[in-house]
Design a protein around this ligand. Structure first.
Ligand SMILES: Cc1cc2nc3c(=O)[nH]c(=O)nc-3n(C[C@H](O)[C@H](O)[C@H](O)COP(=O)(O)OP(=O)(O)OC[C@H]3O[C@@H](n4cnc5c(N)ncnc54)[C@H](O)[C@@H]3O)c2cc1C
Length: 274
């Protein structure tokens, strides 16, 4: 289908984008367009204006910053997947970016778009949740706030972003010494995840799930079992607790819940062997 008509404006800077957004509450940011444009073609989204941030060069970077790595929101999945900084200091993020879609998607889609779109089937939000990453959000008047991943993913396609705010940066803790795993179960190579699992070993092992609820979720019962001394196979039996996965043409909710138990066990075993 053809999208409904809309205005188009190219933002020259983050502040310019915020000004444009503040002038029209039905405007939306356009980054890679790989999630927004399909929705517009189906007329599930009808923004009055697209504010294109795709040419703001200083929103695309990956750099060390103290105990964290700062990733500009406009950084393409391809650049995240191939970042030497991330491969050395937070490899689960680089690996997962390489699991998103196909090369064309990875060369155009952005980490900020993936996070802001808040699709529960997306891969990167789950990994950011397991890591305890944070999002730097900029708003009118030079305002800036930092939101933890646990609070940022508020609901189905509902990030903690006002209509005139821009996600500027994603900050991930250095985790180079932690064993890790991201397992994405899909029917065909390059499909979206039926279920995905991110696991990180360490003093407090972390497990988060893709496509098992309206947002990415922590597998809290699994984490609690591990903290109590359970082995991975036993802890993984709790993977479905507190989940509410969708039923669709590809899998029922019950199938996803059984699958989650298997994938959590495998992910934990992989993370703990690394
Ligand atoms: C064929 C195909 C396969 C795919 N497969 C996968 C997959 O396997 N796994 C996966 O996780 N994803 C997949 N995706 C989605 C892909 O990762 C998208 O790139 C991503 O979801 C959105 O990024 P984008 O830059 O294209 O954002 P856009 O489509 O431009 O924007 C998405 C939403 O986020 C908002 N937004 C974007 N940037 C910002 C910002 N900086 N601040 C505030 N709001 C912002 C927009 O207004 C819009 O609402 C696939 C997409 C396609 C087309």
């Amino acid at each position: 289908m053809i999208p409904a008509s809309f205005e188009y404006a190219r933002a020259e800077s983050v502040d310019h984008a915020i000004d444009l957004l503040s002038g029209d509450e039905h405007a939306k940011i356009l980054a890679g367009g790989h999630s927004l444009l399909p929705l517009m073609r189906l007329r599930l989204a009808r923004p009055s204006m697209l504010v294109d941030i795709g040419r703001i060069g200083d929103l695309s970077y990956i750099r060390e910053d103290g105990d964290e790595i700062a990733i500009g929101a406009l950084t393409r999945h391809h650049d995240v997947a191939n970042s030497a900084v991330l491969h050395g200091l937070c490899p689960i993020v680089a690996y997962t970016a390489g699991e998103i879609g196909d090369p064309q998607v990875r060369h155009v889609g952005t980490i900020g778009g993936s996070v802001s779109h808040c699709d529960p089937a997306s891969d990167m939000p789950t990994v950011l949740l397991a890591l305890g990453a944070s999002m730097v959000v900029r708003g009118p008047g030079g305002a800036s706030r930092t939101v933890g991943a646990a609070d940022f993913f508020k609901g189905l396609f509902e990030p903690d972003l006002a209509s005139n705010e821009v996600l500027a940066e994603i900050r991930v803790p250095k985790a180079g010494g932690r064993g890790w795993s991201y397992i994405k179960f899909h029917r065909r190579a390059q499909d979206w995840a039926l279920v995905g699992v991110a696991a990180l070993n360490g003093d407090r092992p972390a497990v988060a799930l893709t496509n098992m609820g309206e947002t990415p979720i922590r597998a809290a019962a699994v984490e609690k079992a591990l903290a109590g001394g359970a082995d991975p196979a036993t802890a993984a039996q709790a993977a479905a607790e507190g989940t509410s996965p969708p039923s669709d043409a590809f899998a029922s909710a019950e199938y996803r819940q059984e699958l989650a138990k298997v994938l959590v066990r495998r992910a934990l075993q992989e993370a703990m062997s690394g």
